[in-house]
Design a protein around this ligand. Sequence first.
Ligand code: SIB
Ligand code: ZN
Length: 436
Amino acid sequence: MPTEVIHCAWLLTMAEGAEPIPDAYVKIVDDKIVEVGPWQDGVAADADVVTDARTKLVLPGLVNTHTHAAMVLFRSLGDDYPLYTWLQEKIWPLEANLTAEDVYYGTRLAINEMLCSGTTTFADQYFFMDEVAEAVAESGIRAVLSRGLLGSDAEVETKLEEAIEQAKKWKGKADGRITAMLGPHAPYTLSPAALRQIVTAARHYQLSLHIHVAETRDELEEIGKNYGKRPVAYLAEHGLFSRPVLMAHGVWLDEGEISYLAKQKVAVAHNPSSNMKLASGIAPVAQLLKAGITVSLGTDGAASNNRLDMFTEMRTASLLQKVANNDPTVLPAETALKMATIDGARALGLGDQIGSLEPGKKADLIMIDLEQNHLTPCFNPASLLVYSARGSDVAAVMVNGKWLVKEGRILAGDEEKVRTAAAECAKRLAQLQQGK
Ligand SMILES: N[C@@H](CCSC[C@H]1O[C@@H](n2cnc3c(=O)[nH]cnc32)[C@H](O)[C@@H]1O)C(=O)O
Ligand SMILES: [Zn+2]
C-alpha cells in the first residue's frame, strides 16, 4: 500500500465549516485520503513518497456537472446564435455525421482540457457512450455518463435500450470511476409517452436523470403552446421527479417551481457561460440557494462556452449573480467554490465519495501554483481561486490516488497525438457540413 504525503502552502479541504489551513498536509493511501491537517514533524514518517508543494495551494478536484465533452470538435463552428437556431441549423447537422471515432477523440481532447484546468469529475450527456466511457477509462478521470435521449418515440425506444445496456455495462467500471444516469434531453425534444417510458426505466433500473430544463424563454413558450403548462409542471406530470434529477440550466423558474424543486431535492447544474453566450437568460441562482437547492456548476459543451474551464464558471457565476441582483454580497467566493466541489459531488450523487478532502474520501485533488504575478499576495485563498485564478494555473492533478497532471501537462504523454487526431476529425466534420 503506497503512502503519499503532500506538504502544501495552503489546504482548502471544503469540509463543512473548515477554514483554509496554511502549511498543511494531505496523506493518501492507495486511492483514498487518510489524514489532513496542519503540517507537523513526523506526519510523513511512514510515507513512501513526500511531495513538496510548499509553493502550492491544494483543493478538491473540480466537478463539472454538465457537459457534452465531444462537442469540443465543434468549437467555433456555430458561434453567436440563440439556442434553437444553434441546435437545429448548426449543431444537429454536424452531429448527424459524427462517428464513434470522432466521439472518442473529441472526448479524449475534452478530458485533457478539463484535467489540465483542474476538473477531476464530469457529467456528460452525449451519444456513442461506449467510446465516451473508453476515453474516461483510459484517461484516468472520473465521470457520470448518460446517453442523450431525444427524437421520435421509435427512436427513443431504441436509444433507451442502448442507454440501459451501456449504463449496466459501465456502472462501477474503471476502478469505480464511472457511474451512469439516463439522459432525457429536454422537454421540447421528447413526447409525453417517451418521457414516461424513460422515467419507468429509470425507476426499474434505479437510475438518476440528467436533463436540460427551462433553458430559454422559447422553451417556456413552446411547452406552454403544446401542453398548456410550464416545463417543470409538464415534467412533473409525467413522473420525472420520482427519480433523483440533475437539472441542467433551470434559467426560467418561478418562485413556486423553486420551492417545488427544493422539496423534490432536485439538483440544478448552472452553466453561466453557456447561458450568457446563447443569451438564454440569468438563472435565479441566489434564489435557488436560498431555497436550499443544491446548485452545482457546469461548462455545457465547448460549442456554447467555448471553454471547459471550471475556474471561468466559478468567476462568471459569482459576477453574474452580483450584477443580476444588484448586490455584491451575493454568491461570494466561498459559495462559488462549494458549487464547484462538494455541491457538484452531491449533485451527481457522489457526495460521500468526492468533493472534499476528508479522511475516507477518494483522493481527487488539484494543486495551484501560487508563485505567479496574478496570484500574489495570497490573503484569502478562496477569493484568489474564484476571482484571480484561471484553469492554466493548475500545476498538478490527482484522481483516485493517481497523478494525471504534473507541471501543468498530462502525464500519459499522448496530448499531442490526441490533439492531432481530434483536429482531423473536426476538419472532416466541418468539410462535410460545408459540402452540403
Ligand atoms: N444526437 C444524439 C444525442 C445527443 S445527446 C445531447 C445533445 O444535447 C445537445 N446540446 C448541447 N448543448 C445544449 C444545450 O445547451 N441545450 C440543449 N441541448 C444541448 C447536443 O448538441 C446533443 O445533441 C442522438 O442522435 O442520439
Ligand atoms: Zn447541455
